[in-house]
Design a protein around this ligand. Sequence first.
Ligand code: AHR
Length: 506
Amino acid sequence: MTIALDPGNTTSTISPLLHGQFIEFLGECIDEGLWVGPDSAIPNQNGIRTDALEALKRLAPPLLRWPGGCYADTYHWRDGVGPQDQRRTTYNENFGTYELDRHGFGTDEYLRLCEQVGAQPWVNVNMLSGSVSEMRDWMEYCNRAEPTDLARSRAANGHAEPYGVRYWGLGNEPWAGGGTMTPSTYMDLYRLFASSMPSFTHSNDEPGMMYPIACGPDGNKPVERVEWTREFFRELASFRQPPISAYDLHFYNWNIDHEEDSSTQFDQAGWRRVVEGCLELEDIIDEQWGLIRAGLSAMPRPEVPQDPRLESVDLVIGEWGNWHRDAFEVRPALRQEVTMRDAVTTALTLDILQRNCDKISMACNAQTINVLNSLILTDGDATILTPNYDVFMMYQGHRGAQAIETPRQDQQTGVYAFASVKNRKLLVDLTNADMDAAVDQTLTLPVDVRVEDMRTLVGEDPHQFNSKQNPDLLRARRNAFDAPIGREVTAHLEPASVNTLTLSLA
Ligand code: AHR
């Protein structure tokens, strides 16, 4: 009935980039959601919905991936720069979106948003219908300090300084909608794109500033994902190796095969299936990390020093989240409500990422607004913060902290846990994933601690969700916690609840 925590027993630093977000032109994630345009009656700041912008500023996502996803493979960046009234109109038919695409939210709007909310941009390049030269021009537009034509056009569009975009994804899900490729056909394209990326080493005075991200496998396919990674790294070793900084795995917690289950309607079995489904990610991380290490160590050692970006390859998770059946059936496309079932799996997934911070460098929730595992939902002029938003807020203290060796689950109480320490304060996550039963969870420590704060996110009913009519039904609240300084802390955890405790070392 106890979880033992030793603040001296730490593993690695939790990169803030594990708390990344993903926005894409699907459904109403960007158009109508985040981006309403400067002429909208909905309050906005230069076209960005004010309430959503303020919520993102409070959240301060350290990383924001854009413009896709599958959409990236149809995106031509020049459509979205320059005066708003001169931008092209195209048609977006990605993932059931079916809307005119007016390109109001383009490169400058996105990169300024990143600056406003303090996020590192991760731009995904169009490898399918785009070209190497289009990619090079995009990089030049974003990052060139010298007054080239593209740098001057960036200045004319309001940003004289280079944006310094470091993270560049090359292609998206090439095993499916991104080209139905094999690892070897993808590698042929990857070589072309990666080896022709400009370095900006001179102009930015920052060697290795560019961080090319290769597509990894479909995390949901156990056999194929192993074959993909093995073959990708075999191919990487052959011929001249192109630069690669990271390898991007996607993992969705699919919940689409059960007629009776939707984002808001589920029984005990549906609750358990989704909770257990998200936990698979931990084994996948182990497996893929091992395959990457094996692939790298099998590579022939070059006689001349190689690009330092080949010494190691980071594992990143560019897309993760719950995907319920109704996301395919609604308009706008891919919208789903967010209940405590999603908040619990969001908490457990962040715990997995944080516990594996020695293996994972960055990760993005899919997606931030109005699509899949949302933090923000909009309904006309209303902006609703989902309980997933609260989970990310409750977990902010883990960013940059040291991960403490923590058992994933107390086998007796069933409670899931994770803890980190920063500035002599422990942040302890305790998730009671039992849909019906409350539980008392005890923590033991080798040193005295004082309980500074306890926060709880819970609903009266796990099927509830926040809506325009009731936007704060599910909101994290502060719990009174009166405990003496000591080496043992017992917290009462309500059913289906996400909790954090802040303990200070006495
Ligand atoms: O996040 C929605 C879609 O899921 C993305 O566009 C694609 O990469 C993935 O299949």
